[in-house]
Design a protein. Structure first.
Lengths: 413, 126
């Protein structure tokens, strides 16, 4: 028991260290790339130092000044490279090497960190996020680009999350970065006119980062996405939907536990992370304090909050959930939102009402089939339910969800 | 940073358009150019004759082949360009978004320059 706790604590410390390394990395890339627009160059300058930080900080702890540490290591590495270039320079190089007698290796004249005060690195990650989610960048590449340049994930890791070959992802990332530099995509906040649309793209890309590992806990990409949402909301200060997304992702993590899949409304609240729930509710409060008509992320966060409130009240407030789900369908219509509303109607009214509310044309979607199966089962239409469960199982991309659905199908008999 | 705004739009003859529409089009183009000029971003602009006046050259097996008509026979044709000098893509997109060609069922391609000549010498785009 004690040993287990210790392991938990160690894992938490390692995850915190990794998070610190990623957040320092993003801050430095943002500063280095802002001047030149050259992300690849900024990443080159930091790459080695960041890899060292990822390896060392989980054991040694996060240094007092993480950015200063990264800059110092990056500088030392460069010096090493120049030294080895010196060694090569003394060797005979043959004729015709030009006026200075044959220079080898990179030119030591430019220090990318020269103008940086390691104790006062401004946070320009927001500008970097807006560059990654620029309308001139392929929407499919915005999230992968963020994962790489803002959070320092390697192409291979991102490729795994998207189940594409590593070389393919690496090539797409290189192309997108070159595009940012060549097309002159600015590292800047959009003006007030363009802000709503451009912010949507940024939030959508961060949400995409969380959706990649929707079953992952705080130590996974989902945790990094929640942090990124928080940074975005904090740096923007006054955007309700940014706070809404931060709340949504934080609350999502509160109920996340590795192991068998259990739907939110069947989970035992004892397993939930009370501190995270409180924090998520505070964030949601900040979003709602702006008084505007709630947007998609605020509504989704509010629905999560209703579910998690079962911890306090012991019952699920279906009426509140229904109001929010209906609002979500009207504010941000999507198949997912309509399916969620149908599922709630199926509980609040009757399985028949839920079935009637299922949107047409959702046959190819897992959540549509799973919801339909559940509603059919509760209507006593067993044969049809079994068939819908089979379809849902075939459409699932998560092993634990498949196990859960098979269990439900078995219960039919 | 220099960008070229490449205007593509369906070609309609002056007769089909009528004098009034043609005149409105000319007005829109001159006020667009005047606005770019006043903002200090205009390097140059050119509106081209319709593609039935164009001639395309190729070299086939070392011999010049001259062909009447445009390089690509598409519904929208390349109709002209504006070269502007602005800080970044957002500024270029902002100017391009106000181009009259967009009201003529056209599309505008915003393309960064790589290099251009100054007094016959090639200069990089910065």
């Amino acid at each position: 028991m004690d040993a287990e706790r210790l392991t938990d604590a160690q894992a938490a410390a390692a995850s915190a260290a990794e998070h610190a390394a990623r957040s320092s990395y993003g801050r430095l890339v943002a500063i280095l790339a802002a001047g030149t627009g050259d992300l690849a160059l900024a990443e080159d300058a930091l790459g080695d130092a960041f890899a060292t930080a990822l390896a060392r900080w989980p054991e040694s702890g996060v240094p007092e000044n993480p950015e200063g540490w990264l800059i110092a290591v990056a500088r030392n590495r460069r010096r090493d490279v120049w030294k080895s270039a010196d060694v090569r320079r003394t060797e005979p190089l043959g004729d015709g090497e030009g006026r200075d007698g044959g220079r080898a290796g990179p030119e030591p004249a430019v220090d990318p960190f020269a103008d940086l005060d390691p104790w006062r690195i401004p946070d320009r990650r927001l500008e970097l996020l807006f560059a990654c989610a620029h309308p001139a960048i392929d929407p499919e590449m915005r999230t992968p680009l963020m994962l790489q340049v803002v959070l320092g994930f390697e192409a291979a890791r991102i490729a795994r999350a998207y189940t594409v070959p590593a070389a393919t992802m690496a090539q797409r990332l290189v192309r997108s970065k070159r595009r940012i530099a060549r097309a002159g995509i600015p590292f800047a906040l959009p003006d007030r006119r363009a802000m709503p649309e451009r912010l949507d793209a940024v939030l959508e890309a961060i949400y995409g980062c969380a959706a990649l590992t929707w079953r992952g806990d705080a130590a996974s990409l989902a945790g990094e996405a929640a942090e990124l949402a928080l940074v975005t909301a904090d740096l923007l200060g006054d955007e309700p939907e940014a706070w809404g997304l931060a709340a949504r992702l934080t609350l999502g993590l509160a109920a996340r536990r590795p192991g068998p899949y259990v739907p939110l409304d069947e989970q035992d609240p004892v397993g939930w992370d009370a501190r995270r729930i409180d924090f998520g509710e505070t964030l949601l409060g900040r979003a709602q304090a702006r008084g505007a008509v709630p947007g998609r992320f605020q509504l989704e966060a509010a629905m999560y909050a209703v579910h998690l409130d079962r911890r306090r009240t012991g019952v699920l407030d279906l009426a509140a959930l229904r109001t929010l789900a209906a609002a979500l369908v009207s504010v941000a219509p999507s198949l997912g939102a309509e399916v969620a509303l149908a599922a709630i109607l199926g509980r609040a009214e009757s399985p028949a009402a839920g079935l009637a509310a299922l949107p047409a044309g959702g046959e190819r979607f897992q959540s549509w089939q799973a919801t339909r199966a559940e509603l059919l089962a509760r209507s006593g239409r067993r044969a049809e339910a079994a068939e819908a469960y089979d379809r849902a199982i075939a459409l699932s991309d998560d092993d634990d969800v498949r196990v859960f659905l098979r269990g439900r199908r078995t219960e039919l008999a | 940073m220099r960008y070229t705004l490449l205007m593509h739009y369906p070609e309609v003859s002056p007769e089909e358009l009528g004098d009034e529409v043609m005149e409105a089009g000319r007005q829109a183009m001159s006020s667009y150019a005047a606005t770019l000029q006043a903002a200090g971003v205009l390097i140059g602009a050119e509106v081209l004759q319709p593609s039935d006046a164009t001639t395309t050259l190729r070299k086939v097996d070392g011999a010049l082949r001259i062909q009447d008509g445009p390089f690509a026979d598409t519904k929208e044709q390349f109709g002209g360009s504006f070269v502007i000098d602005v800080p970044d893509l957002d500024a270029a997109l902002d100017w391009a978004g106000r181009a009259p060609g967009l009201d003529w069922e056209g599309a505008i391609e915003v393309r960064p320059g790589a290099t251009h000549t100054v007094d016959g010498m090639w200069m990089p785009n910065v």
